[in-house]
Every structure is written in C-alpha cells, then in structure tokens.
Design a protein around this ligand. Structure first.
Ligand code: SF4
Length: 338
C-alpha cells in the first residue's frame, strides 16, 4: 500500500476521499467505491501505486487525440479500477474487478521505470489511460512530473469525474486530455454509469480554462443516448462552453459487459450525430470505430482542403505548414501540428 493523496480524516477513524466527485466516506478497514483506495487505521492508502496492469505504445490518434502532435506515438499505461460502473464498459476486465472485491492484478513499475520505457520507445508523450487514471492519481502525478523533466507531454484519457482538488493538482502536469462526455442526460449518468453529469460538465470547462488541449468523446449507444435533441444539447454545450474548435469524437458502440443485448450503433445514427455536431457549429467532428474511416479526415475550415488524412489509427498524409493549411493559410486548432 502507498499513502494516498487528497483525503481528509473524519471522526472515529473514518476518512473522506477527495479524489473524485463521489467523495466517498470510508470506514476503517474498508475501501471506496472504486475498490482501490483503502482506509487503514484512519489513513487512506492507494492499492494500485505498484500495480501497472497494461502498458503499450500507441498512436496518439488511438486515445483519440487528432489535433495534438498528430502522427506521434504515446506510451500508454493504466492500472485496474474505475470510479464509474458503466454498463457498456468496453474495458471491464481492467476497470471493474476491484469494485467487485476481486484481486487487483498488475506489476511493479515505478514512475522512473515508466518514463524510462517511454523515452526508450521513442514516444513523444505518456498517456494515462485504459481504465480511469483518476483512481491511480498518485502514480500518474509522480510519473507526470518525471515525464515533464524528460521532455515528454502528458495526456489524460478520462471520464472527467475528478474532484476540483484533483484537477487543480494536475493543472500544471497535464498537456492534453480526451474526456468522455457520455450523454447530456443526468439519469443516464446515474443509472447506467453510477455517477453524475454535472461534475463532468464543470470539469470540462475547468480543463479548458487550465489551458489543456481538450478533445471530447461520446460513445453513441442505440436507444440510450442517441436522441437528436440530446445530441444537439451536447454539441451546443461544447460550442458554447469549450469553443467551436473543440474536436468531438463520436464512437460506435459494440455490445459489451452488461449491454450485450444492445446492437451496434447503426451507421445512419452515426451519420445523424455527425450532422448534428456540424449544424451546432462544431468545426471538427469525427466518427470512430467504423469501417472505411468515414469522417476521420481533418478538412481545412477555410477552404475545405483535406489536411490530415487517417486510416485506422494511422496518419496517411499531413498537408499543414506551421499548423496552417498549405492551400489557404488558415490556422488549424491544435498543438504540435506540423
Ligand atoms: S477515488 Fe472516488 S470512488 Fe475512489 S475512494 Fe476516492 S472518492 Fe471514492
């Protein structure tokens, strides 16, 4: 066990975890909702500081980040555990076992080990991902500090359900984030994800204020969060609160975990969501997890030229000069564009 950050003692050896917006109150000897933070004798400990469950070298496009150092590789890792319990989770083998009291697997990898591996791999960044990085905050925080010193960027791939204190602590460490905005419906968050919508919306706004490069992902689930009016509200929120040049990734659902009876998202619904995003004023809307890579190209918002072409998670062509359209000179939103 490793001492946890962001908690406060309560009476009777109880503690209040301040890491995410659940703000669990945890009795002595018990764990919080995520299953990876334990009260031991009136102090809170993390159970995953030395338990890296997955580490890989991925294209940054796989996070997905399309406007942040495109074409580079990012060293990605995560531990087991999550503070949410989404019925549609596509990574439940990593995210859910600790919540169910099952063993927490993984291997020791210190922050220095992780940064060394990232440098040796040729990655331009480290991504905190796969499960929910909020719940391995201490490992992320220490690794991000060393990564910065080593000249690597730090990327957060998250459900955005942090506490405000957690976000502020990460403010100077994180360069870019892809955040799930799973729906605009509070009931969806409560019933299907075991969370609340409002903290996620507030955190998105705060991340933008902190100057992080921000892209947003919505997994479109037939009959659950694909109502036209709700999608319009979501896209309008992105335009109004985060800016019209915030990339929005609409991702295709595949049956998984507790939603195996729900069919994959019909392509027509993805097309409809794409159109709603564009009509709401979003400049960059992408569709993921679909054959043929429809809507995976970045077009110039000025002249329409095809500027960044992608296949799968690979970049096939980039026609920007100093981050501007090679045809008309229009500046593209993003960081690290060639
Ligand atoms: S990280 Fe969130 S879910 Fe886990 S113990 Fe803390 S408040 Fe609870």
């Amino acid at each position: 066990m490793h001492p946890a950050a962001l908690w406060k003692p309560l009476t009777g050896n109880r503690v209040s975890c301040r890491l995410c917006s659940h703000f669990c109150r945890i009795d002595d000897g018990r764990r919080g909702l995520c299953g990876v933070r334990q009260n031991d004798g009136g102090a809170l400990y993390t159970l995953v500081y030395d338990r890296v469950a997955a580490a890989n070298l991925d294209p940054v496009e796989k996070k997905p980040l399309y406007h942040f150092w495109p074409g580079t590789m990012t060293f990605s890792f995560g531990t087991m555990g999550c503070n949410l319990s989404c019925a549609f989770c596509q990574n439940y083998d990593m995210s859910q076992p600790p919540r169910q009291g099952r063993p927490i697997g993984g291997e020791l990898a210190t922050p220095a080990d992780l940064v060394r591996a990232a440098k040796q791999s040729g990655a331009a960044s480290i991504s905190y991902t796969y499960s929910e990085p909020t719940i391995f905050f201490e490992l992320m925080y220490d690794t991000a500090e060393l990564a910065q010193a080593a000249g690597l960027k730090n990327i957060l791939v998250s459900n955005g359900f942090q506490s405000r204190q957690c976000l502020e602590a990460l403010s100077g460490r994180i360069d870019a984030a892809n955040i799930d905005l799973k729906a605009m419906n509070p009931t969806f968050y409560e019933r299907i994800c075991g969370a609340k919508l409002r903290p996620v919306l507030k955190n998105l706004v705060r991340m933008r204020e902190l100057g992080w490069w921000l892209e947003v992902t919505t997994l479109l689930i037939p009959g659950a969060n694909d109502d036209d009016a709700e999608l319009r509200e979501l896209a309008t929120f992105l335009v109004r609160e985060l800016g019209a040049d915030t990339p929005w990734h609409i991702s295709r659902f595949h049956p998984d975990f507790a939603m195996r009876d729900t069919p994959p998202t019909p392509l027509a619904r993805l097309e409809r969501a794409f159109a709603i995003g564009r009509e709401a004023g979003l400049t960059y809307v992408y569709v993921g997890n679909v054959p043929g890579d429809a809507h995976s190209t970045t077009n110039c918002p000025g002249c329409g030229a095809r500027l960044i072409e992608r296949t799968g998670f690979g970049v096939q062509a980039m026609r920007t000069v100093n981050g501007k359209c090679a045809e008309c000179g229009r500046l593209l939103a993003g960081r690290g564009l060639p």
